[in-house]
Every structure is written in C-alpha cells, then in structure tokens.
Write a protein that binds this ligand. Structure first.
Ligand SMILES: Cc1cc2nc3c(=O)[nH]c(=O)nc-3n(C[C@H](O)[C@H](O)[C@H](O)COP(=O)(O)O)c2cc1C
Length: 179
C-alpha cells in the first residue's frame, strides 16, 4: 500500500507525512485485507520516518517497504520553464541511495516487522548494503530503466559477491553493521 507517492497533486503524500492518517488508512486496509499481508510503502519526505513506521505497524502493517522517491524539481534556465509537467516530481536512482540507507537503518531499529529496502540499488554490492543495515529484502526500480537485464544479472552476481566476501547467508549478514 503506497502512502507516499509524491507525483499526484495533493495525493498520497498527505497520508505518508502524517502518523495519524497513516495509521487510519493502514487500519482500514488491514481490516479488509483478510489473510493477505499488508505492506506499507513509506515516503522519505518526512521529518522523522520512524514515527510514520511505528504508526503503520501499530495499526496492523505486517511489513514496510521504503523508500519512495524524494521530492525534486528540474527547471530549464534558458526557457524559464519547469522540466516536469507537474513542476515537482520524484527523484529516484543512485542519487538517493544514502538517504534510503539511512531511512532503512532507522526504521529497522524502530520496528519489529520485515522491512523491504529500496532506493538507488544498481549493483550486488548495493543489495548487500541494504541487507547490512537490516533490510529483509530489497526492490529495484530505476536500475531496470537504464539496464533492463539488471534483475537477472543480480540473481547471478549476488551469490558470487557473497562467496568472494565470505558471506555464508543473508540471514547471518542481515543487520550486522558494525556501528
Ligand atoms: C517512473 C517511476 C514510477 C514510480 N511509480 C511508483 C508507484 O506507482 N508506486 C510506488 O509506490 N512507487 C513508485 N515509484 C517509486 C519506486 O517504486 C521506488 O520506491 C523509488 O523509485 C526508489 O527506488 P529506485 O531508486 O530503485 O527507483 C516509481 C518510481 C519511478 C522512477
């Protein structure tokens, strides 16, 4: 359940930025979802993402996925026009990985449910970085646009990298950041 998409004017961003609204919508969806797990997708465009994470989990989320895009903007200095139809839009890809890692690390320490990490993953090493800070699983968005075979290559490259670095299992590696 995406409560964080910044691309729709006056849309999901409202739910994702307010813990009470996030809890209300999570509760409603969880109630009508029956046996199906409810995974809530969080926005990084908030002051304290752990507050929203806790609100969603307390309201019945079985897992969380994060992060959605960061709100950004691009303008053309010559024509003086915005480059995006909606003026502001979502920034994704490798540029947002540090923010994503920080959010996943913070949320993994704040809640007990599985967290799916994403934001800028473009290599097997990136995947391990997200697992290292506590992610139970990862997702890949933008890399699929600039490298359509990326996910297939990842399936091959991740076990190879783990073997090279002596990582026996993701379970053993998960959340093992020496901070
Ligand atoms: C073109 C595009 C469309 C997206 N649409 C959605 C969407 O409909 N729902 C959603 O939850 N996230 C959407 N996202 C956000 C991605 O799922 C992801 O959270 C974000 O881009 C960060 O991951 P990435 O850097 O691997 O792309 C979209 C991202 C892009 C680039």
């Amino acid at each position: 359940m995406n409560i964080s998409c910044p691309n729709v004017a006056a849309g999901g961003a409202l739910f994702g930025a307010d813990p009470r609204a996030a809890a209300r919508v999570t509760e409603a969806v969880a109630k009508s979802a029956g046996d199906k797990p409810v995974i809530v997708k969080l926005s990084p465009n908030v002051t304290d993402i752990t507050e929203i994470a806790r609100a969603a989990v307390d309201a019945g989320a079985h897992g969380l996925s994060l992060i959605n895009t960061l709100t950004g903007m691009a303008v053309d200095a010559r024509t003086r026009r915005p480059r995006l139809a909606n003026v502001v839009g979502g920034l994704s890809g490798p540029a947002i990985k540090p923010v994503a890692l920080r959010c996943v690390w913070q949320v993994c320490r704040a809640v007990q449910v599985p967290v799916m990490g994403m934001g800028g993953i473009a290599s097997a090493e990136d995947v391990l970085e997200f697992i290292l800070v506590g992610a139970a699983a990862v997702q890949v968005g933008t890399a699929n646009f600039f490298r359509p075979d990326f996910s297939f290559r990842l399936v091959e490259e991740l076990p190879q990298l783990m073997e090279r670095w002596g990582i026996a299992s993701l379970e053993e590696y998960r959340g093992s950041l020496r901070a």
